[in-house]
Design a protein around this ligand. Structure first.
Ligand code: PLP
Length: 382
């Protein structure tokens, strides 16, 4: 291994949401395995590129060069075996802002939007804040395995249902949707004129033999009905640089999306976001391959430990650096107790009532911190 993911880098005092945003001011030593960023340094090529640009000293208005688009196109070609054309790419300040633009571009207040809980909290927030209505198609859970409920989906879609927001891979349950599942979802949505906004921010964090499918590749028909939202943020740990890209093959959908961005004057970007995206996509593959090995070992460690020492159930995620821990064998307020004992996970209910009894654990940290967290879990359950 070239990279040392065991190295612990102190993030305290950097205004980190994860490490400096106190849950409780009296709690001095809180281990924060909640918000989804990693405790690792970005690939060294990214750090070097940012340093080199910083050295120049002039940071005026800057556009995205052709090489920026080329870096995205070749990443998708090489890493996902997927065609992206330059004109399909619409840069965005982040994936969540991209969801907001899509909702504004393709729906009206009062329209219904489907989400599949338990799911990433901001999906609810954006829909609500824009005055659209949430329709839930909860995932079906069977002994820790999750799947989409296609029969229910067909039942709940009506004339006011205009959009479905897909989380692919799925945060928090860690599913990497299979081609057949995406095909079936696509067919139902196409038949009912429901646009799919596919949040694929976790697309690069997938463990073999699972394979991620960029949504518009699963069928020829789907390509005109889909918005794919992507970013290097999770993959290379550069979320603080606030950048991302929508991929919209359909020209008409793309124009509407761009019109929202233009109306809000959000097409400019941060220089360092451009620089880091390009460096990460051009040079980050080796780093990512090693990262995935480390994360998978973390996941195996957590699963083995909990299986041997507790009645907490969990699976190795198919994708994402998030684990979904099932505490339903315990009938007390696990979340509060964990906090009191110094471990901050995301409470399952945050992802919808379907997540009650679960906690989401971020495993993108050194093994030593993972061990500390597991010991706090044990202590809490005793
Ligand atoms: C599914 C999903 N979408 C979007 C985001 C955030 O994206 P951004 O910071 O680019 O808005 C996250 C971060 O945790 C996420 O898990």
């Amino acid at each position: 291994m070239m990279y040392n993911f065991d190295q612990i880098i102190n993030r305290k005092g950097t205004n980190s949401y994860k490490w400096d945003f106190g849950y409780n001011k009296n709690q001095k030593n809180m281990l924060p395995l909640w918000v989804a960023d990693m405790d690792f340094e970005a690939p060294k090529e990214v750090i070097e590129a940012i340093k080199a640009r910083a050295q120049h000293g002039v940071y005026g208005y800057t556009f995205r060069p052709k090489s920026y688009y080329e870096s995205i196109i070749s990443w998708f070609k090489e890493y996902h075996d997927t065609e992206v054309r330059e004109e399909w790419i619409v840069p965005i300040p982040g994936v969540v802002p991209g969801i907001s633009f899509a909702i504004q571009a393709y729906t009206n207040p009062g329209d219904k939007i489907v989400i599949q809980p338990p799911v990433y909290r901001p999906f609810y927030e954006v829909i609500n804040e824009l005055g659209r209505r949430i329709v839930k198609n909860p995932l079906i859970e069977d002994n820790g395995n999750y799947k989409m409920d296609f029969e229910n989906l067909e039942k709940i879609i009506d004339k006011r249902t205009k959009m479905l927001i897909l989380c692919s891979p799925h945060n928090p349950v860690g599913r990497v949707w299979k081609k057949e599942e995406l095909e079936r979802l696509g067919e139902i949505c196409l038949k009912n004129d429901v646009i799919i906004v596919s949040d694929e921010i976790h697309a690069d964090i997938v463990y073999k033999p699972n394979k991620h499918h960029i949504l518009y590749t699963v069928s020829n028909k789907l390509i005109n009905n889909v918005i794919v939202l992507t970013a290097p943020n999770k993959t290379f740990n550069i979320a603080g640089l606030q950048t991302g890209n929508a991929i919209i093959p359909n020209k008409n959908l793309r124009s509407k999306f761009e019109a929202v961005i233009t109306s809000q004057h959000l097409y400019m970007t941060n220089i360092f976001g451009i620089i880091a995206t390009e460096a990460a996509y051009k040079y980050g593959k080796k780093w990512l391959e090693e990262l995935l090995i480390y994360l998978k070992q973390n996941a195996e460690f957590v699963k083995d430990f909990l299986e041997k020492n507790s009645n907490v159930k969990t699976n190795i995620p198919e994708g994402t650096f998030l684990m979904w821990l099932d505490f339903r064998n315990y009938d007390f307020e696990v979340h509060k107790k964990l906090l009191n004992n110094g471990l901050w996970l995301n409470e399952g209910r945050e992802f919808g009532e379907e997540g009650a009894g679960f906690e989401r654990m971020n495993i993108a940290t050194s093994r030593k911190i993972i061990k500390q967290a597991l010991n706090i879990i044990l202590k809490t359950l005793k």
